[in-house]
Design a protein around this ligand. Structure first.
Ligand code: ADP
Length: 459
């Protein structure tokens, strides 16, 4: 019998197998993409429309699968199915409007014009917090533009990705064009390495942490791939003293507690002006008590599901403890519901300051951490003191302030008097270390096309 140590190479066999699967998928996608790019755009759009309708026809099934797999409450899961479908619908229509343009020629017998062509074979790596929408936000525009899309979903949510891609195949989108490559967390890097280094892959699109995004960008640099990176956020939620406070509280509940706080655009740092601080905290506390119900997401009325895993709960516990150790006040919640469970109480902290870890990076949990400020300049300066410039929120009724502050916020997105900013028709993305590129809207389609300029000399 072999000594136990000789079983050591087993993980590397799996690693090699994942690379091989990735490689085979890229080869098949390369051929499928050439054929797909030749399909008239109207026909491609019709297949995407069919996919959209199949997603909506299976809304309940997909939502239940997602709640069971990921934990978000059923009403939210239904909302995500519709949101995911909206990308397929929107890009099916937008693909028909990829207009080129003409330019003034250098000489009388020249004609200069541009066309948009598909980038080619693309790959995406998606996260578990929006297992459907993050996939369609990438695959929708890629397929509409005439690209192939190889998808590597998060290890925690492979089933949702497989279910929605099966509907794409049913709609007539070839499987080789849009393969879903699943593996466990440990071997994500093997597939990721193949997708980011294989020269046949022309673009990589990623949604996840800034840390992993930076690894993927380095790997992709070797073959000069185009990249779209939707990375971490540290969203400020600014409440000015002239704001409609009940509206700000409503926005706070929606922005902070959606998906139990596990979104990259969740309000992460609340900045509330002195004069309205106590009222905002009181009303937010009341709203949390009245509106948030923790439990099994398949049960009626539940608005808060579990966090994704044990390490997510431990991280939130540590952030709350660090804040309390450094002088924060616990107004509500603050702990996991029972030992070993991944349900964390909706939590409200006041007297939070920028020295606390909870104010420095993504919380990714149901904790509203409130800081005070005195002046508009101070709010802007403190809000901007992060490298994670993804989403930001501003509540004020003063129109001058709306312009001044929304233009001064160093973030890719600003929600003014709203806590909900996701929309298939709008360009989603961040600045600084929150990422590169935009998803959604016409910008989202351009991420999957190359502009070709043609100079035609007349005889
Ligand atoms: P999260 O904390 O949300 O899981 P990550 O950035 O760690 O965010 O992961 C996002 C996605 O990236 C997941 O699908 C994960 O499996 C994948 N991933 C993580 N590390 C790598 C890597 N080195 N190469 C490729 N994919 C990776």
């Amino acid at each position: 019998m072999l000594p136990l140590e000789t079983i050591g190479p087993l993980p590397s066999c799996i690693h090699l197998f994942c690379c091989w699967v990735g490689h085979q998928a890229v080869t098949a996608a390369t051929k499928a993409q050439r054929d797909w790019a030749r399909v008239p755009v109207k026909e491609r759009a019709q297949k995407l429309k069919r996919w959209y309708h199949l997603i909506m026809d299976n809304e309940d099934y997909l939502a239940r699968l997602m709640t069971t797999e990921q934990g978000k409450p059923l009403a939210e899961a239904r909302g995500e199915v519709a949101y995911a479908a909206s990308f397929v619908d929107w890009f099916a229509e937008e693909a028909l409007r990829q207009y080129g343009d003409t330019h003034p020629p250098g000489a009388g017998n020249e004609r200069i014009y541009t066309i948009h062509q598909p980038v080619g074979v693309c790959a995406c790596i998606t996260p578990w917090n929006f297992p459907l929408a993050m996939l369609t936000r990438k695959a929708g525009p890629a397929l509409a533009a005439g690209c192939a899309m190889l998808a590597k979903p998060a290890a925690a949510t492979p089933l949702s990705a497989q279910a929605i891609s099966a509907l794409a195949y049913e709609a007539g989108i070839p499987e080789a064009l849009f393969p879903v490559l699943t593996c466990d967390h440990e071997h994500s890097s093997a597939i990721g390495e193949e997708l980011t280094t294989n020269p046949a892959v022309r673009k990589i699109s990623f949604t996840g942490s800034t840390h992993v995004g930076s690894i993927l960008m380095k790997q992709a640099a070797g073959t000069i791939k185009r990249t779209s990176m939707e990375l971490g956020g540290n969203a400020p939620f600014i409440v000015m003293d002239d704001a409609d406070i009940p509206a700000a509280v409503d926005g706070a509940i929606k922005s902070k507690f959606r998906n139990s706080g596990q979104t990259c655009i969740c309000a992460n740092r609340f900045f509330v002006q002195d004069a309205v601080h106590d009222r905002f905290v009181q009303l937010l506390h009341d709203a949390m008590r009245e509106q948030l119900k923790l439990g099994n997401g398949l049960e009626d009325g539940v608005t808060q599901g579990p966090l994704i895993d044990e390490s997510a709960v431990q991280k939130v516990e540590e952030l709350v403890q660090d804040a309390l150790d450094k002088g924060a006040t616990l107004v509500a919640g603050g702990r996991r519901v029972e030992p070993n469970a991944w349900f964390f109480e909706p939590t409200l902290l006041t007297d939070v300051s920028s020295e606390m870890k909870i104010a420095q990076g993504e919380i990714f949990g149901p904790v509203a951490a409130i800081q005070r400020f005195s002046t508009e300049e101070e709010a802007l300066q403190r809000a901007n003191s992060t490298e994670l410039g993804l989403a930001s929120y501003l509540f004020t009724k003063d129109i001058d302030r709306v312009y001044r502050m929304s233009e001064g916020l160093e973030f890719g997105m600003v929600g003014v008097n709203t806590g909900l900013i996701s929309n298939a028709g709008a360009p989603f993305g961040g600045v600084k270390q929150a990422g590169v590129g935009r998803e959604g809207g016409s910008h989202g389609l351009h991420e999957y096309t190359e502009v070709k300029y043609i100079n035609l000399k007349l005889g």
